[in-house]
Design a protein. Structure first.
Length: 281
């Protein structure tokens, strides 16, 4: 538990600075973003040199004393704040009493390629922050080793994207602002097979699995929620794969389709010797 501190004033410059991070231009200028709620703050505190500052209500400070202790141990400044102050900083309708300020933690695309990943999710023109965060969470759960957001995709540090990732943002490398052509070319040079997920794909996911073609290093490219992947992006892929619809549903939403595809690759890779980086023994 951190040393005793007084309630921070609503007029404090620290509160004003935190409030501004709800806006993308300020996040980019300061290279800081908001992490809200106990799960995100706990993950941030455990991620080296990430959590800078923490605001907590008195009730949350008592309920999550362990998290405040971790934040203090990580070197973060800890402030007690009235609920109105937390509500002013927070971007949620019902704040959970903890709001952290974190340093940007995206990874250069070149570093991801050097690690020789076996499973990657590439988000091309994904604009909805909730979808982006959920796909990141699915990639983390499936054992993917990296996520790439192309230059036309949503801001990784949008508060909705951070919340939707439920802490997964702190678990795996994420590259941002990479042109899709550069992402595909770099991954291919690293020996990664590129699969474009598209409902009108010529290849069926079940057939890919049955044919044993999914055991090697793979990157899935997922497109925009409304219009999917443009023809020029599909043309970059080694195969355009559809998730089969066995029932009467018209289609799957982006996050659900991503989960199906990533888990299919994870299963195939485990059967082929394990979903681990090729640089690991």
């Amino acid at each position: 538990m951190p040393p005793a501190v007084e309630l921070i004033s609503p007029r404090s410059p620290r509160v004003s600075a935190a409030r501004r991070l709800a806006r993308r231009n300020f996040r980019g200028k300061e290279r800081l973003f908001l992490a809200e709620g106990p799960q995100a703050v706990r993950e941030a505190a455990g991620h080296a040199d990430t959590l800078v500052e923490l605001f907590a209500t008195v009730d949350a400070a008592e309920r999550y004393a362990d998290i405040l202790g971790e934040a203090h141990a990580a070197g973060a400044r800890v402030h007690l704040a009235d609920e109105d102050v937390i509500a002013d900083i927070s971007t949620t309708v019902t704040p959970q009493g903890l709001v952290g300020i974190c340093r940007f933690l995206d990874t250069p695309f070149e570093d991801i390629l050097k690690a020789r990943p076996r499973l990657v999710a590439v988000l091309a023109n994904v604009r909805d922050p909730g979808n982006a965060g959920t796909v990141l969470r699915c990639a983390d759960a499936a054992g993917a080793e990296a996520v790439v957001l192309t230059d036309a995709s949503v801001d990784l540090y949008n508060p909705k994207a951070v919340r939707a990732s439920v802490g997964s943002l702190f678990h795996l490398p994420v590259a941002i602002g990479v042109p899709v052509e550069e992402a595909v070319a770099g991954l291919k040079d690293a020996g990664v097979r590129i699969l474009a997920a598209d409902g009108a794909g010529t290849d069926d996911l079940d057939d890919e699995l049955d044919n044993g073609t999914m055991g090697g290093p793979t990157a899935w490219v997922f497109g925009n929620e409304a219009w999917g992947l443009p023809e020029e992006t599909r043309a970059l892929a080694d195969a355009v794969v559809r998730v089969p619809i066995h029932g009467k549903a018209e289609s799957l939403n982006l996050a659900t389709a991503a989960a199906v595809c990533l888990y299919a690759s994870a299963r195939a890779q485990r059967a082929s010797g394990g979903c681990r980086s090729v640089t690991e023994s």
